[in-house]
Design a protein. Structure first.
Length: 55
């Protein structure tokens, strides 16, 4: 599983996947309460992952 710390580290690598494959399981903090949430928690459900950056 990939955590937010892994994504922020200089050792983080891009993960390649193809249309129709399952998205890699990642763990990110919940915006409401900061608790860790995994994409695997939503298995079988539709998920909209909004990626935002303000550089």
């Amino acid at each position: 599983m990939t955590t937010l710390a892994d994504l922020q580290s200089s050792r983080a690598q891009m993960v390649n996947f193809k249309v129709g494959e399952s998205f890699p399981s990642i763990v990110l903090p919940n915006a409401d309460n900061g608790r860790a949430m995994s994409l695997a928690d939503f298995h079988g459900q539709k998920v909209l992952l909004h990626i935002f950056a303000s550089w």
